[in-house]
Design a protein around this ligand. Structure first.
Ligand code: IPM
Ligand code: MN
Length: 362
């Protein structure tokens, strides 16, 4: 029997609520395919800090390093705003990414036609939008040394070496080969030496992929074009901090940050998490959108467990959900009663359990 061990790090704020629905869907898919899945809950973030004094306890890290895939909710806790960086909930996640070596973060942004009205942008601008952001995840400003607070001065360091750029560039080109055949590499090469190295290195890797077009674009221009003409993009390749910012911006295309999933990949187990944060303002109310977390489970099946059909089963269910007009509060239409987090989970689980098409092809 096929068995998988999945470490589940629900984290803070809405993390546990959306993760609960995501694991229900995961369980439903496993049932349909006859797989045995062991879910291993572990602590991360502010929740972990409160319980153990560490935002990533050794047990959680050890479990994550020794499993088939890691599913995460969200980290971030406003009550910990004043604490030093090392103790912050975010530090747990950054350490986890680094220790898992998940250098390539894939953040797909699709506009589902039925949800186009949830975006403030005009429908004609959104037509056909299907962007994959490939964000470098274990280097750049987030990790560069030296860093620290020195009285009235503070330092962070932006550094990349060519090998870090090469490996994430290959992920982007490989992805583009199977999609629209265009990589837009985003940098600030008119100002930063690191970006000049980025541009040269990406140009070199591009020669290995003759069927993929490469376009270089400055990050400020990209920020504008991403909402002015989003359908002009296919794969967007960029460094850690630019990718963080551009992916939140791109969420406006999909209609809500709550819809976006991500996969972080490296050599070992992958890390799968919604793009959204812990959203403390709505935590505990049962109104968060679990779709980003549920679609992260689809990415977990596709990239983490190499089970593409299971991924499609979930993605088709979400298409169906969108077509039927099932919406949580973040994307609800005026005057309509939104679904709660768990009601949305019920609908998706039900579709997964009863879908015919995807499984018939299996
Ligand atoms: C994200 C988040 C994280 C990041 C935070 C929570 C550290 O914003 O995954 O986009 O900046 O990478
Ligand atoms: Mn972010």
């Amino acid at each position: 029997m096929t068995r998988y061990r999945i470490v589940v790090l629900a984290g803070d704020g809405i993390g546990p609520e959306v993760t609960e629905q995501a694991t229900r869907v995961l369980g439903a898919v496993a049932d349909r395919f006859g797989w045995q899945v062991e879910l291993v809950p572990q602590l991360i973030g502010g929740a972990a800090y409160r319980a153990t004094g560490s935002a990533l306890p050794p047990d959680a890290l050890a479990a994550a390093l020794d499993c088939d895939a890691v599913l995460m909710g969200a980290v971030g806790d406003p009550l910990m705003d004043g604490v030093p960086r090392e103790a912050r909930p975010e530090a747990g996640l950054l350490t986890l990414r680094k220790r898992l070596g998940v250098f390539a973060n894939l953040r797909p942004v699709r506009v589902r036609p039925a949800l186009a009205t949830a975006s403030p942008l005009r429908p004609e601008v959104l037509h056909g939008v299907d962007v994959l952001i490939v964000r470098e995840l274990t280097g750049g400003l987030y990790y560069g040394e030296p860093r620290g607070r020195y009285g009235n001065r503070a330092v962070n360091t932006l550094t990349y070496d060519a090998s870090e750029i090469e490996r994430v560039a290959r992920v982007a080109f490989e992805a583009a080969k199977g999609r629209g055949g265009l990589v837009t590499s985003v940098d600030k090469a008119n100002v930063l030496e690191v970006s000049q190295l980025w541009r040269e290195t990406v140009t070199k890797i591009a020669r290995e992929y003759p069927t993929v077009r490469l376009d270089h674009q400055l990050v400020d221009t990209t920020a504008m074009r991403l909402i002015a003409s989003p359908s002009a993009f296919d794969v967007v390749l960029t460094e850690n901090m630019f990718g963080d910012i551009l992916s939140d911006e791109a969420a406006v295309l999909a209609g809500s940050l709550g819809l976006l999933p991500s996969a972080s990949l490296g050599e070992g187990p992958g890390l799968f998490e919604p793009v959204h944060g812990s959203a403390p303002d709505i935590a505990g109310k049962g109104i968060a959108n679990p779709i980003g977390a549920i679609l992260s489970v689809a990415m977990l099946f596709r990239f983490g467990l190499k089970q593409a059909q299971a991924a499609e089963l979930i993605e088709h269910a979400i298409d169906e959900i969108a077509d039927r007009g099932c919406r949580t509060a973040d994307i609800a239409r005026h005057g309509e009663r939104p679904l709660s987090t768990s009601e949305m989970g019920d609908r998706v689980t039900d579709l997964v359990l009863h879908a015919q098409g995807a499984l018939a092809r299996h």
